[in-house]
Write a protein that binds this ligand. Structure first.
Ligand SMILES: [Cu+2]
Length: 140
């Protein structure tokens, strides 16, 4: 009879261990998921778009600076001001078209989601050098 008791106690013990093992795993699983979720959330938030701000002056017949360099994915803020006559500011590929009235700064904001080199130019006839009035947006 004692042997049977030992076997029974042994079985209960083993079963109990197995059960508590499962229970532990079930309890710890959600914690792992949370950790994973946090990890994913952090990695989504990590590449925060940087806002790159540029003050651009437009005057006959140039933009200054004439080269703007940003990284792909950057949020770009251009504050463009004509210091003489009415000019325009256009970046075709980014659908940007603005009129720059003298001494009235215009703010343009966009996300540089296309890589490459894009010409920006004056699109309002402003005189003899109008066609050469351009610059370059470089998105790397
Ligand atoms: Cu012009």
């Amino acid at each position: 009879m004692k042997k049977i008791y030992f076997v029974l106690i042994g079985l209960i013990f083993i079963a109990g261990c197995a059960y508590s093992d499962n229970a532990t795993k079930k309890e710890s699983a959600p914690i792992n998921e949370e950790t994973t979720n946090q990890g994913i959330t952090q990695s989504i938030e990590k590449p925060k778009e940087e806002i790159k701000e540029f003050d651009i002056t437009a005057k006959t017949f140039e933009f200054n600076p004439s080269i703007i360099r940003v990284n792909k994915g950057d949020r770009v803020k251009l504050i463009i001001k004509s210091t003489d006559v009415t000019h325009g500011f256009e970046i075709k590929e980014y659908n940007i078209r603005e009129t720059l009235y003298p001494n009235e700064p215009v703010t343009v904001e966009f996300t540089a989601d296309k890589a490459g080199e894009f010409i920006f130019k004056c699109n309002i006839p402003c005189g003899s050098g109008h066609k050469e009035m351009n610059g370059k947006l470089i998105v790397e």
